[in-house]
Design a binder for this molecule. Structure first.
Ligand SMILES: Cc1ncc(COP(=O)(O)O)c(C=O)c1O
Length: 440
């Protein structure tokens, strides 16, 4: 099929996530290799968002492709009650890379189902039903995961289920808890403790956080927050669940983002980088003491594709490749280059308000005047943003924007030359948004 034929058929017969059908402008991708995407008519784009911040090892890695072929020759599917070599191997591998006692796993289809099942585990284990989460968050599109989600994607799923309490992040969109990390952490945790009192700590099962918030701003926690939060939740017997669906598997320059601050969550949810999205798979990692509760108590959860053997085999190959090829270290190293280059772009382009980055996880905020007014309002758009994104696409770069900000989250195998190639396209595109500031 030609590029246009692919686009037309997809637009006529399918729905796209979070989009009005007439407004989508999909890339007609027929092949992908390393950090590049290819179209049916010979188009080529550098992938500056790892598709959905998820193809961490890069596209079509030959080792993983071979492992997939081998897995297809072996046991493709067995029901969730079966013990299979792939399930055993993946569980042992994850237990070897995660700190003790996070050594028991429940495998799911993706990130949302990992969070749904973490909610079930937390409620059953604690006998409490309320769940805390933060406003600047996304936890998935299924029912309970949507209720935890703070961003506007939740609005279409309301009214939701009772028992979900959303609180302000340490870095809310407009409000400020202070100027130094110390002050922000202290004030935010004081506020949080007050909410915990109002809601009755004896009814709160768990708090879910994106350890480093993804789509809602690439927000690394202020120094001391994770430790302080851990201690506060411990005081009330509330479980801490780190959603590392996006931040996990090397994205931030550590294998898991909670390792930046030396804490151990009670549960960690993961997906995306677990298979680098070669096939769908998610997981909940839980402390052994949580798993122990289910030695005698029935876990009231299940999925037809729980511990799917083919998906587990792919995850083993993807995680081994990520680690053995030093991609976590590369994310850290290339993250420094990215930061340096984004600083240069910020100095050159008046439309860059600021950027945040940690490893190969970065977001650039654009402004429409030198006073720092966001180029697009909260949950809004601006014609120059659309033109900017159109320029990137036309000139060989794929990424996504979030209102008046855009992402730089390439695969973790990216080289310096490839990084500079992508940033050169962005450099040119920023002339479009600069014009808005110069004319303001
Ligand atoms: C932090 C986070 N949690 C959960 C999810 C949901 O994962 P999935 O789309 O695999 O259900 C996402 C997806 O982007 C995510 O970024």
């Amino acid at each position: 099929m030609e590029s246009q034929e692919i686009i037309d058929a997809c637009m006529r017969h399918t729905l796209f996530s979070w989009s009005a059908r007439s407004k989508v402008s999909p890339l007609p991708i027929v092949k992908a290799q390393g950090v590049y995407l290819y179209g049916a008519n010979g188009e080529k784009w550098i992938d500056f968002n790892s598709q959905l911040m998820s193809v961490n090892i890069g596209h079509s890695h030959p080792k993983v492709v071979q492992a997939m072929k081998d897995a297809a020759d072996g046991l493709i599917y067995a029901g969730p009650s079966a013990a299979t070599p792939a399930r055993a191997e993946l569980a042992k591998l994850l237990a070897s890379i995660m700190p003790a006692p996070l050594h028991t796993f429940f495998f799911t289809l993706g990130g949302a189902e990992a969070n749904e099942n973490a909610i079930k585990l937390a409620r059953q284990k604690t006998g409490r039903f309320k769940i805390l989460s933060r406003y600047r968050s996304y936890h998935g599109a299924t029912h309970a995961a949507m209720q935890m989600t703070g961003d506007p994607r939740r609005w279409g799923s309301e009214p939701g289920a009772p028992g979900f309490i959303r609180v302000m992040d340490p870095n809310p969109y407009q409000y400020s808890f202070g100027t130094t990390d110390e002050e922000i952490v202290a004030n935010n945790l004081t506020y949080l403790e007050e909410i915990i009192q109002y809601e009755n700590p004896n009814q709160i099962a768990a708090m879910f956080i994106e350890t480093v918030t993804g789509t809602n701003g690439i927000l690394a926690p202020p120094k001391g927050y994770l430790k302080g939060l851990r201690a506060l939740l411990d005081k009330y017997g509330i479980l801490l669940v780190c959603d590392e669906v996006m931040a996990g598997f090397g994205r931030t320059g550590k294998l898991f983002a909670f390792q930046h601050e030396d804490i151990i969550p009670d549960m960690v949810t993961m997906a995306k980088g677990l298979t680098s999205s070669y096939v769908p798979l998610g997981a909940v990692a839980m402390k052994d003491e949580i798993a122990k509760y289910f030695d005698e108590n029935v876990f009231l959860g299940g999925l037809t594709y729980n511990a799917h053997p083919f998906a587990c085999s792919v995850a083993v190959a993807a995680v081994k490749t990520l680690i053995e090829e030093g991609m976590v270290e590369n994310a850290q190293k290339m993250g420094e280059v990215l930061k340096e280059e984004l600083n240069k772009l910020k100095a050159k382009h008046p439309s860059i308000k600021t950027f945040r980055s940690i490893g190969l996880f970065a977001m650039v905020d654009l402004q429409k005047d030198s006073k720092g007014t966001p180029l697009a309002p909260y949950n809004g758009s601006h014609p120059a943003m659309a033109e900017f994104m159109g320029y990137l696409k036309k000139n060989g770069l794929f990424t996504v924007n979030h209102w008046g900000s855009f992402m730089c989250n390439p695969p973790l195998c990216i080289t310096k030359d490839e990084l500079l190639e992508g940033l050169a396209i962005i450099d040119k595109a920023l002339e479009i948004t600069d014009r808005v500031v110069l004319e303001a």
